[in-house]
Design a protein around this ligand. Structure first.
Ligand code: BEZ
Ligand code: FE
Length: 298
């Protein structure tokens, strides 16, 4: 049989990896070849369709620059980013997930997204990172514990969100600087509290090839409102997650598949008056309480 016998081409290509010295690379590339060949066979892909796919991926590459990563957006909107997040959390928290004596499971992780900015200011508990920004004030509080309910003191919560119109500081122009983001550290009882805004839904950048793909698929480009958090302290599996207000649109159709039921919480609406931290609020505001649980590092 020649190397070009169609019925055998998958096996022929797989055999070319026999000399590969990196076992993991060989495993991954073999799977790429097997699945890609299976896809071509399943849909009986025509050459002009494969060329259109190559042109699409070329456009995805050309849309990337130092501020925009269209390949990550492609991975996010196809659910691949979220799948890797779920597998990583299951792998890293395996011990905690199997611990029958645990009183709670680790808080679920979700995608990081493109708007994380390293080095946010370290602020005292109770600070307001939403002051002067569009949006309704919201008071956030809760406790960080391990999976046995023991408080985690001095645990860092690195938080960020868009404003009340769904716009992140990184999208506000060169001079905006850091807004609506900060690092807080829990007190001796694992407690945190701060002020920000109630986040609203927003579209992911959809003026490029990924936006065209979503339109062609008949999908909208929106994410439900959420505030991002990275929660970490030595000795625990770090957590990257969001909190979602329970009344946000698009909770059941997040374009990047990042919603977990356990991360949806009510934001309680309050008339002007005394806030949970004793502050007098002249405007109406919201409060959101959420406890976070970290798995011990293996
Ligand atoms: C975000 O949450 O900010 C986001 C996540 C994935 C893709 C685009 C935006
Ligand atoms: Fe976001």
């Amino acid at each position: 049989m020649t190397q070009h016998e169609t019925s055998d081409i998958t096996e022929t290509v797989l055999r070319t990896l026999e000399g590969c010295t990196d076992a993991r690379y060989q495993q991954v590339m073999s799977a790429v070849i097997r699945h890609a060949h299976a896809l071509v066979r399943e849909v009986d892909l025509q050459p002009h369709e494969w060329m259109a796919a190559i042109q699409f991926l070329t456009r995805v590459g050309h849309t990337c620059d130092d501020k925009r990563q269209e390949f990550i957006l492609l991975s996010d909107t196809l659910g691949i980013s979220m799948l890797t997040v779920q597998l990583e959390q299951a792998r890293r928290s395996a011990k905690a997930l199997a611990d029958r004596a645990a009183t709670t499971q680790p808080t679920e992780a979700t995608v990081q997204g493109p708007f994380y900015w390293e080095g946010a200011p370290v602020l005292p508990l109770g600070s307001d990172i939403g002051a002067g920004m569009p949006g309704e004030p919201a008071h956030y509080s809760g406790r960080v514990t391990d999976t046995h309910g023991r408080p985690i003191e001095n645990c860092c919560l690195d938080v960020w969100s868009g404003d009340g119109e769904g716009v992140y500081d990184m999208q506000m122009g060169e001079d905006a600087g850091m807004r609506l983001r900060a690092r807080f550290h829990t007190d001796a009882d694992g407690r945190y509290h701060f002020w920000s805004v109630k986040p609203t839904y927003y579209p992911i950048p959809d003026d490029g090839p990924v936006g065209d793909m979503l339109k062609a698929m008949g999908r909208h480009p929106n994410r439900p409102g959420h505030i991002h958090m990275m929660v970490y302290r030595d000795g625990y599996v770090p957590l990257t997650t969001h909190l979602f207000p329970s009344d946000s649109p698009y909770l059941d159709s997040d374009v990047v598949f990042g919603v977990r039921d356990s991360l949806i919480l009510p934001y309680t609406a309050h008339a002007p008056g005394t806030a949970p931290d004793g502050r007098t609020m002249e405007r109406a505001f919201h409060s959101a309480r959420y406890d976070i649980h970290l798995a011990p590092a293996a």
